[in-house]
Design a protein around this ligand. Structure first.
Ligand SMILES: *Cc1c(COP(=O)(O)O)cnc(C)c1O
Length: 432
């Protein structure tokens, strides 16, 4: 379920008109629906209720403080991948004690910072990292809670750039080496073997790879529990969402594709996994990012020009690949709709940004209603891996972000000032 829909001819986020927001805050503009965020969180939480569990929202999918606070208020923990993300969680009022720290390249400073703030677990990706965490913990006179990230060698069958659970990837520790590495870790005095973790990829639209991975890791986690009394198993994130088509008025279930085929609902995920997880008697952690934030955000843009060349119809908008890189980076599909529904016949359209790159294209030859200068469009499902991947390429300031709850609106990031883009730069003294 999401809360972007047409009321009459105007597209709304909950009870607020997107066009009104665009005029008030300018474009490009990210708009997030609080009810969608909390709805997704609660739906997954409820589906997993039969097992002792904790949802740790993947901060890297959307790290806006306003978004993090909403989830912290729901009781969410957080999956973090850097010291900066932990600082954000703290700034947003989240609980470091519900944070799991992932990533292959944690620095000494990041480890020390996370230890001081008593994160729930370090999800460790190599022998060298184990040694380093032990050393930092020794220096700080602490015991670091750790879990090894197991690479179960299961193909998530998703885009190559977001597959993480096979031996082709840099992530995790090969399944066959995990037991011996735990044995080594157990001999390091400043480590506390608290759990085991896996994450096989992102945007999974079938439950099968999850089932396969849990089946593979279950006996291992049982053995680790017997040997070291570990308390949790994290099954990672990766639950996919529907990008196409994102908007169909009156559609009750976000996860039903146009053909009526169920893709992956939290209920189906839980129904398949709970029977495998419950007998383990471990605390189950989940690290969903996209599932919670993806369909909770849109990017609103204004049409600057319409340009017809030969047989092509280009619509040039004021948002670009620096604001939303997914189409350029992952060949991702985002549904594009006008904020005012029109009855004009659809024509094949390329929606492009102003950046000097051919990759700065949101869609090619897509049938869209005829658009004209000054119209607003919304790129849907832009709440995950959208704003967080933004850059100032072409000296374009980072867009504003707005959070909506019912009929209430909060500016949760003001538009970056252009001069702030180079505020930390200077010219060399010899060229003055
Ligand atoms: C990226 C990531 C996630 C979140 O992935 P989603 O597909 O957004 O759910 C969870 N865990 C780890 C370790 C990650 O790297």
């Amino acid at each position: 379920m999401h809360h972007f829909h047409y009321a009459g001819t105007g597209l709304q986020c909950e009870q607020v008109s997107l066009e009104t927001l665009a005029r008030r805050f300018g474009t490009p503009l990210f708009v997030y629906s609080e009810r969608t965020l909390t709805g997704h969180y609660q739906r997954l939480n409820k589906a997993m209720a039969p097992v002792d569990h904790q949802v740790c929202f993947a901060v890297k999918s959307n790290s806006n403080l306003g978004v993090l606070r909403v989830l912290a208020n729901q009781g969410s923990g957080f999956d973090i991948v850097s010291g900066g993300e932990l600082q954000r969680v703290i700034a947003a009022g989240g609980d470091p004690g519900k944070c799991v720290f992932a990533g292959v390249g944690k620095s000494e400073e990041e480890i020390a910072f996370a230890l001081r703030h008593k994160v729930y677990s370090f999800n460790v990706e190599s022998d060298a990292e184990l040694q380093r965490i032990n050393r930092v913990a020794q220096r700080l006179r602490r015991r670091a809670p750790i879990a090894l990230r197991v690479n179960p060698d299961v193909d998530a069958k998703t885009h190559a750039k977001i597959t993480t659970g096979t031996y082709e990837n840099k992530f995790g520790i090969a399944f066959e080496q995990v037991e011996s590495l735990y044995a080594r870790a157990a001999r390091l005095p400043n480590l506390w073997l608290r759990g085991v973790q896996m994450h096989i990829g992102s945007q999974l639209t079938s439950v099968k790879p999850f089932v396969e991975a849990v089946r593979k890791v279950a006996p291992l986690s049982r053995s680790l529990q017997q040997q070291y009394n570990i308390e949790f198993l994290s099954i990672g994130g990766g639950i996919g969402i529907v990008y196409d088509p994102a908007l169909a008025s009156g559609r009750a279930d976000w996860w039903t594709s146009p053909a009526g085929r169920k893709i992956l609902t939290p209920e189906r995920y839980a129904q398949q996994l709970v029977p495998l997880l419950k007998p383990l008697n471990l605390r189950i952690l989940m690290e969903p990012g996209r599932f919670i934030s993806g369909n909770a955000g849109v990017l609103v843009a204004r049409v600057e020009y319409v340009k017809k060349t030969g047989r092509k119809n280009f619509v040039i908008v004021d948002a670009a690949m620096n604001d939303l890189i997914r189409p350029a980076f992952y060949e991702a599909y985002h549904e594009i709709v006008p904020t005012t529904r029109s009855r004009t016949a659809a024509i094949p359209t390329d929606v492009v940004g102003p950046i000097c790159e051919s990759g700065d294209t949101f869609c090619k030859d897509r049938r869209l209603p005829r658009l004209k200068e000054g119209d607003y469009i919304a790129l849907l499902s832009a709440g995950a891996y959208g704003s967080v991947m933004g850059s100032t390429y072409n000296s374009r300031p980072l867009p504003a972000e707005v959070l909506v709850r019912g009929n209430r609106v909060a500016l949760v990031r003001r538009r970056q000032r252009t001069t702030d883009i180079w505020a930390d730069e200077s010219v060399a003294p010899w060229s003055r």
